[in-house]
Design a protein around this ligand. Structure first.
Ligand SMILES: Cc1cc2nc3c(=O)[nH]c(=O)nc-3n(C[C@H](O)[C@H](O)[C@H](O)COP(=O)(O)OP(=O)(O)OC[C@H]3O[C@@H](n4cnc5c(N)ncnc54)[C@H](O)[C@@H]3O)c2cc1C
Length: 481
């Protein structure tokens, strides 16, 4: 079969800066600053960088900046990320002849410096709607030479965020048809990554991966690594469609019946850490899921709703709502109802420390907090209950939001993600939801309680399950049972 060499669609990237016409007619190399999409396979930003380099007959390289501190990432997150990058390095460099450079510090300094040192004329970046990343790009835009052009490629969403909608969407209902309309155009097979035509001059310095990993594990030891979730692109593909325990190959049917049952962790895909770190492409997951739809249409449709519509709605929210992590980012009706009830009497008030240590009177909440703290992934159904209870037990919605985002970002493997901000905003501030029957504290925000959970699943069984986990190794066993 002939290799698919189709180009990156113009709608997939936007020009953040158009460089001035250089005096020197020979353009410099292309650099891809990899940030959110940490993979070689199925990466539109990498494909675009190579394509642009080959068009101009110039070399191409990938640069990765290791921030000194990024949204409080700890050993759990940085260990997973660096172990994934350690695998990516030879794949990129040896199998694809694309040099990989790791720089350290603040990207707004290191990336312009790197561009200057190698005389690059085009910077390609992937896309994240988070303000820290957007701000950093704005600084980079100001600091690179006038002759440098910058392209931002949305390699994370199936339908690029700016193509899906030009505005802040109200809910899944309002974005769904917009996304679905663009799927024939964007949910397509990836072209083959072409080899670079021009060779990079010089070599990239060796990277002391062991030393780096030791360092991040030491500095971030407060939140240690987990061992049930193997990092890297290969492991991600195993989780998606491996022959042993793959989601699409072995567990798909359960997605319709079991995905809201916290006692059945196999009922969900388990892909969120890989999607968060970009070790797998959501588009790849969607293509593969679609190809087995005949086997289980209900499960595939439900999975695609979460993977595409809900996930991309979260990017839409963070992209178009600058206050995506504050009460100010809620709709007027939600802000009003929350403020009307902000001083309602609470049965319990817990401090952040008590919550962090799972010292509440609710065994279900404590168990879900422990699942997150010790294993790095709370079940999706419980995340809603967990965040709503924080609203019930703190001094007001602002504090509840702050604490839930803090804990979510600190302990979840998939934390510090638009999905996390939106998950907390949905639970506490009614974002993407509707108004419900008014009640104390919650006002018109959707309410969840212990009795409701008891009706849905075996709460005592879940509490015992979290206690039984005991060691992370045991969780690995449960997941593969
Ligand atoms: C309070 C709260 C906090 C959350 N924090 C995060 C977070 O930090 N990171 C994160 O990725 N998700 C977060 N979610 C969304 C969701 O709970 C997780 O994506 C899901 O549990 C991940 O497990 P999975 O990959 O096995 O899910 P699956 O059900 O198999 O879903 C597949 C993929 O679809 C996407 N998805 C699923 N549910 C949602 C949703 N409700 N909103 C947006 N996308 C979704 C995710 O990318 C997920 O990996 C949060 C939800 C809430 C209510």
């Amino acid at each position: 079969m002939a290799a698919n060499t189709a180009s990156v669609q113009p709608g997939r990237f936007r020009v953040l800066k158009q460089g001035a016409k250089p005096v020197d007619p020979n353009p410099g190399p292309v650099v891809y600053w990899m940030f959110r999409d940490q993979r070689v396979k199925d990466n539109w930003a990498l494909i675009h960088a190579v394509e642009e380099a080959n068009k101009a007959h110039v070399p191409v390289a990938v640069a990765f900046n290791l921030f000194d501190q990024f949204l409080g990432a700890k050993a759990r997150h940085l260990g997973f990320m660096l172990r994934g990058l350690r695998q990516l390095h030879p794949d990129l460099q040896e199998a694809h002849q694309i040099p990989f450079f790791l720089v350290r510090g603040e990207a707004e300094e290191t990336i312009p410096n790197f561009m200057r040192e190698c005389g690059a004329s085009l910077l390609v970046t992937d896309f994240s709607p988070l303000r820290e990343v957007q701000k950093c790009k704005e600084e980079i835009r100001k600091r690179v030479s006038d002759f440098v052009t910058i392209h931002e490629v949305d390699a994370h969403n199936v339908v690029p965020v700016w193509a899906a909608s030009e505005k802040l969407e109200y809910s899944a209902r309002t974005i769904r048809s917009k996304i679905n309309k663009r799927l024939p155009e964007y949910l397509i097979e990836f072209p083959t990554l072409q080899p670079p035509i021009a060779k990079w001059v010089g070599t990239s310095p060796a990277i002391d991966w062991d030393g780096l990993i030791d360092e991040v594990l030491r500095k971030g030891a407060e939140v240690p690594e987990v061992d049930w979730c193997e990092p890297g692109e290969k492991a991600a593909m195993e989780v998606l469609k491996g022959s042993k325990n793959g989601f699409l190959t072995k567990r798909l049917k359960g997605y319709s019946s079991d995905r809201n049952n916290p006692l059945k962790p196999r009922g969900v895909s388990g892909l969120s850490p890989y999607l968060h770190f970009g070790q797998i492409s959501a588009q790849r997951c969607a293509l593969e899921a679609r190809s087995v739809r005949k086997l289980s249409p209900l499960a595939v449709d439900a999975f695609l709703e979460e993977l595409i519509v809900r996930r991309e709605l979260a990017d839409n929210y963070c992209f178009y709502q600058p206050q995506y992590d504050s009460l100010q980012g809620a709709w007027e009706w939600a802000r009003k109802t929350l403020m009307d009830h902000a001083s309602d009497k609470r049965e319990h008030i817990y401090t952040r420390e008590q919550l962090e240590k799972a010292q509440t009177a609710d065994p279900l909440w404590n168990a879900s907090q422990c699942e997150m703290v010790h294993y790095g992934k709370m079940h999706g159904f419980l995340r809603m209950y967990w965040a709503k209870k924080i609203l019930e037990w703190t001094r007001g919605p602002e504090e509840a939001l702050e604490i839930s985002i803090y804990l979510n970002n600190k302990y979840e493997m998939d934390g510090r993600d638009p999905n996390g901000y939106v998950g907390c905003m949905w639970s506490i501030c009614g974002v993407h939801d509707q108004g419900w029957k008014e009640r104390p504290i919650f006002g018109k925000i959707r309410y969840m309680n212990y009795a409701g959970c008891k009706r849905k699943f075996d709460v005592d069984g879940y509490v015992a399950y979290v206690q039984r986990l005991g060691a992370t190794k045991k969780r690995k066993l449960l997941l593969s049972e």
